[in-house]
Design a protein around this ligand. Structure first.
Ligand SMILES: Cc1cc2nc3c(=O)[nH]c(=O)nc-3n(C[C@H](O)[C@H](O)[C@H](O)COP(=O)(O)O)c2cc1C
Length: 240
């Protein structure tokens, strides 16, 4: 290690060779990572529905070569006592909690946003409200975001919840990426069964008591959204 023909790239000795080798491997890994498109799937989920859609979106995004996908959850703002009264199960332990600064490293975000009165929840609002400094410095400017959602009822905010996020994205200069119909026409227009989702983004319908789980169609749409979002962000950010 350290020599290429007669050229000595690193002043290595037998003793420091392993350290130099490790450093070089680290350098190569970083170089590779910098050529990758980085996507973060960030969600808030009180009862697990949005988390399930997030997993499907991750699966879709991971199909795209040259893309890395990380997952984060939005910090809870409600006290444990209130969560218990709301019958909220414990949060996923294997998903790190998002910090606004962490997101600076990513090219695109897929946001999982369950509805609250057709709008986004206070947990998401609190997270966005802590991004003032990043907003001032334009830290998120030019990044991309897609949004998926969950509602209790069929018409309780599948579209409006996603539309409500757009003002925040606009202020940050984040480019909103809709799902559209091109790759999910059959799923979004079928009338054989009740399903969430719209051209604005994937969605699930949880039911009034939260007992309905994301259906196969809804998970498929979330996966399509993840994949198409990853393809677009990759195209937009790594053109060389
Ligand atoms: C305060 C509050 C307001 C809600 N508002 C609506 C609403 O306007 N429309 C609707 O369909 N569901 C509404 N819901 C139901 C949630 O959207 C539903 O519990 C959520 O989508 C489930 O996703 P999760 O399991 O990922 O938390 C509301 C729930 C709460 C707690």
């Amino acid at each position: 290690m350290g020599t290429f023909g007669t050229f000595r790239a690193f002043p290595t000795s037998e003793k420091n060779a392993p350290t130099v080798r490790k450093g070089f491997q680290h350098f190569l890994a970083n170089l590779l990572l910098n050529t990758m498109t980085k996507i973060a799937v960030i969600y808030y989920s009180m009862y697990g529905h949005v988390h399930t859609l997030a997993k499907a979106a991750i699966e879709g995004a991971k199909k795209v070569e040259g893309v890395t996908v990380d997952v984060f959850q939005i910090p809870e703002t409600l006290p444990e006592e209130v969560l218990q009264k709301m019958h909220a199960p414990p949060k996923a332990e294997d998903v790190p909690v998002a910090d606004p600064k962490t997101l600076l490293e990513y090219d695109g975000f897929l946001l999982g946003v369950p509805t609250r009165f057709g709008n986004f929840p206070a947990q998401w609002k609190t997270f966005f409200d802590a991004t003032g400094q990043i907003w001032q410095s334009g830290g998120y400017h030019g990044k991309f975001a897609g949004v998926f959602t969950s509602t209790a009822s069929q018409h309780g905010g599948q579209e409006s919840t996603i539309l409500a996020t757009i003002s925040t994205l606009a202020h940050h200069g984040i480019v909103y990426v809709p799902l559209g119909y091109a790759h999910s026409f059959a799923e979004l227009t079928q009338l054989n069964e009740i399903a969430g989702g719209s051209p604005y983004g994937a969605g699930t319908i949880a039911g009034g008591d939260g007992s309905r789980q994301p259906s196969e169609i809804e998970k498929k749409v979330a996966s399509i959204q993840g994949e198409q979002f990853a393809i677009l962000v990759k195209k937009a950010t790594h053109t060389h």
